[in-house]
Design a protein around this ligand. Structure first.
Ligand code: SF4
Ligand code: MG
Length: 333
């Protein structure tokens, strides 16, 4: 099927005291109807900025330097702010890490859901209220009608995130963008929210982009994964292939730092040593070079392309003529 969202060579920079900071350096991916795409990377990898660029929600210091984003037949880069506002919260729903900052503490959650529905749909207040109850039931908030009267602080973190999901779903979006939706929650609640998202995605047939720094969190719920580092896509492919045979040294590093929950005695937690590149001075070559155990001479000199179809990896090791014994060509990192 044709993608619902298609992003090509997206470039975004921020301009400030440090000059130009290249946060996104040419990102391409597709999201198909009814699939969950995971975008994974450490903080600062450009994953949130990518989605904020697509929605044209950048801070004043941010500028889209190039690229394209097509959503449901529309060119997002060409739309004016009115049309964009209509798409955001109508055709594209959004949820963020901290529901407390998105909810108004002085209004009941019911009023906030009802207001959102009335803003986007020509319905009566009573119809909007009935829809709000339906939505609370959909996200499995117990005693839905009763809980509409509660204020945000009367909910637990997990329940607040369910309210945010209900608001995001209120206008039947074709795409839901969830940016670290479970990061502030404890592990059991994280899993419940992710399984809820998966279930909703199946039942409503929408597409979902799930942004996270934690590869372990999304293994169970995503269909495909995009791994970002230094503003670039480093590896992309079906989640099963990525976990079974990660091709990129950075993906392997991320996988090694996923705790093995089945085995308490040997929790594998090996964070990748070193820090991400300074995007005010992006390296000419592979941005992972200083941290990569397989770095070769050419790695620092030239940026590798994405090698491979289906499962692609931006790494010189996958060049057809790369030395089979990479150790021969290693440089001191
Ligand atoms: Fe490592 Fe080189 Fe591959 Fe970059 S291109 S990940 S430095 S081997
Ligand atoms: Mg972020």
């Amino acid at each position: 099927s044709a993608p619902i969202l298609s992003v090509r060579d997206l470039r975004t920079s921020f301009f400030g005291q440090r000059g130009e900071v290249q946060a996104v350096r040419g990102v391409s991916f597709d999201v198909h109807p009814g699939e969950i795409l995971g975008i994974v990377g450490e903080s600062g990898s450009g994953k949130s900025i990518t989605c904020m660029s697509i929605l044209r929600l950048l801070k004043a210091s941010g500028r889209i330097m190039g690229g394209e984003a097509h959503f449901d037949g529309q060119d997002l880069m060409a739309l004016d702010q009115d049309d964009l506002r209509d798409i955001r919260g109508n055709k594209i729903g959004m949820i963020f890490q901290d529901p407390m900052t998105s909810l108004n503490p002085t209004l009941t959650v019911g009023e906030q859901v009802i207001e959102t529905i009335l803003r986007h749909r020509k319905v009566t207040r009573a119809q909007a209220r009935a829809r709000a109850i339906e939505l609370f039931e959909l996200v499995r908030i117990p005693s839905a009608a009763e809980r509409l009267k509660s204020y945000p602080h009367e909910f637990s973190g997990g329940m607040r995130q369910r309210v945010m999901i209900a608001i995001a779903l209120s206008c039947d979006p074709k795409l839901l963008i969830a940016d670290e939706p479970t990061t502030a929650l404890d592990v059991t609640i994280q899993r419940q929210i992710l399984l809820l998202l998966k279930d909703l995605q199946k039942r409503l047939g929408m597409a979902v982009i799930l942004i996270t720094h934690d590869l372990g969190v999304i293994a169970e719920v995503t269909d495909r994964i995009v791994v970002m580092y230094g503003g670039l896509v480093m590896e992309t492919g079906p989640v099963r292939d990525l976990f079974a045979t990660p091709k990129h040294p950075y993906t392997r590093g991320l996988l090694a730092s996923v705790p093995d929950l089945r085995d308490d005695t040997h929790r594998r937690l090996t964070p990748i040593p070193g820090s991400p590149p300074d995007m005010a001075h992006p390296p000419a070559g592979c941005p992972f070079t200083p941290r990569c155990p397989h770095a070769m001479h050419q790695c620092a000199a030239a940026l590798p392309p994405l090698f491979g179809e289906g499962q692609g990896a931006r790494c010189w090791l996958h060049h057809p003529e790369a030395p089979k014994v990479t150790g021969l060509n290693e440089v001191a990192a």
